[in-house]
Write a protein that binds this ligand. Structure first.
Ligand SMILES: *Cc1c(COP(=O)(O)O)cnc(C)c1O
Length: 442
């Protein structure tokens, strides 16, 4: 292999390949790990690493999270010391995740929530404030309302669908603007570019030390369908458990962001301890990320067919899917949800509701529908999570969002009859068959 490297350097061969092929082969040659005789990176399963001398050990500790310049991140062969600090499977995966999100660097974590905590934890401190969209993933909402107030970090929940709302809530304490788009479970979109513009305006009047960062949770769309860093967002976080794992076998999270944040994210992971297990990094690296584009492409074809089927059924009140022409923010969807080739990529999640005269009637219809699916459907499973090769269905009103009283659900735009459907790799006709049977039983 060494000869090959030398020849490549001499000839200055520039590797020309698509990003999608890159997710399968990675960097091909990486300083993170020399596995020249394996086609697939071998699974690394050692918590601690042999150090040839005390001097090398000392160098390893000195170098950890001390990247002296931008080039040292890519060019320095790491001295692995202990799994929580860094380990080959994770680091090769991190290189590929940075490519997938088109970011400078990526740091992985044990779960999506560990990644959310790390991104927010690295850029906030006591007396800072966060502006967040008023509808968030439940555990993120809980982190911001149950835990951060203990450290005197307060969150203002604002409707970011109108980006101008930011200015009414910005003050000298503001440090972060945080949101998800598409929003869970309604699939409404937030205009990423417009938010970046508004925050830029505010940052012009602020010192570099008090800059406001924009952080986005890109779990729903996946990097195949949306790359917020290209629009000027500072940090992307994602749960690897969902679309990127794809097979529902491993949990993980990632923060992708600028080079300057690499060391602080590594230090945060070292001290708070939410390191991705090597045994989970490996399937994400070998199966999950390489198959993301082909899975998403197929799931989007199915999602479109299923959305059209539901939309045409008189018992369905509405279908929210960013790929439908009837989607209220169809134009925005086309602007910001694009695959690696620039094609429209509206994702694999649907949200729809059944008709009913009152909120209570719609809630009961939704529950009845879901219960029928749980008992009788073959191709759709009642379960939370999403981005799985198996289609998963859930009823937010009685499940994930049941803590919110019905009247409040209605106020927040959450339809009590609303059903969230994550489309998997089954034949769309089979999914439609199961849905049609459940509709007939209403
Ligand atoms: C699942 C999820 C998370 C949390 O990820 P875990 O891997 O379960 O910790 C965060 N954000 C969104 C949008 C999610 O769907």
């Amino acid at each position: 292999m060494k000869n090959w490297v030398r020849n490549m350097k001499k000839k200055k061969i520039k590797l020309q390949h698509s990003l999608e092929t890159g997710l399968i082969h990675g960097k091909s040659l990486t300083k993170k790990w020399d596995f020249s005789h394996h086609v697939v990176p071998p699974i690394s399963s050692s918590c601690t690493f042999r150090l040839e001398s005390a001097k090398r050990g000392a160098l390893g500790f000195a170098e950890f999270a001390h990247h002296t310049d931008d080039a040292s991140i890519a060019s320095r062969a790491p001295i692995y010391i202990y799994d929580r600090l860094g380990e080959p499977n994770k680091e090769v995966l991190e290189e590929n995740l940075a490519v997938a999100e088109k970011g400078d660097i990526a740091v992985t974590f044990s779960t999506g929530m560990a990644a959310v905590s790390a991104a927010l934890g690295c850029v906030t401190g006591t007396d800072d404030e966060i502006i967040a969209h008023n509808l968030l993933y439940g555990c993120t909402y809980s982190l911001l309302t149950n835990w951060y107030p203990r450290y005197k970090i307060l969150t203002k929940f604002v409707d970011l669908k109108d980006p101008k709302n930011i200015h009414r809530h910005i003050n000298p304490k503001t440090r972060v603007v945080y949101f998800e788009t598409p929003v869970n479970p309604t699939l409404e979109l937030i205009d990423i570019r417009a938010i970046v513009e508004e925050v830029k305006k505010a940052n012009k009047k602020r010192s570099k030390e008090r800059k406001i960062f924009v952080i986005i949770d890109n779990t729903f769309a996946s990097p195949y369908c949306q790359r917020p860093l290209e629009f000027g967002i500072d940090f992307v976080i994602a749960s690897l458990t969902k679309n990127i794992c794809g097979f529902g076998t491993d949990m993980g999270g990632v923060v992708v962001g600028p080079k300057w944040a690499y060391d602080i994210l590594l230090l945060y992971r070292k001290d708070f301890g939410g390191a991705l297990a090597a045994k989970s990094a490996w399937p994400l690296l070998v199966y999950g990320l390489p198959s993301l584009p082909v899975r998403m492409r197929q799931q989007m074809i199915s999602a479109h067919a299923i959305a059209a089927f539901l939309e045409s059924d008189p018992r369905v009140a509405f279908v929210s899917y960013p790929g439908l022409k009837s989607f209220p923010q169809y134009e925005l969807a086309q602007q910001q949800m694009r695959d690696y080739d620039g094609k429209f990529a509206p994702g694999s999640l649907l949200y729809f509701a059944l008709k009913g005269k009152t909120p209570k009637a719609r809630h009961d219809q939704g529950e009845k529908f879901i219960n029928y699916i749980a008992k009788n459907a073959y191709s759709i499973t009642l379960a939370v999570s999403l981005g799985h090769i198996r289609s998963l269905i859930e009823h937010p009103s009685s499940m994930t969002h049941s803590a919110i009283p019905l009247s409040e659900q209605v106020k927040n735009g959450l339809d009590p009859g609303g059903i969230r459907l994550s489309i998997g790799l089954e034949k769309p006709a089979d999914i439609i068959h199961d849905l049609a049977k459940a509709l007939d039983r209403l």
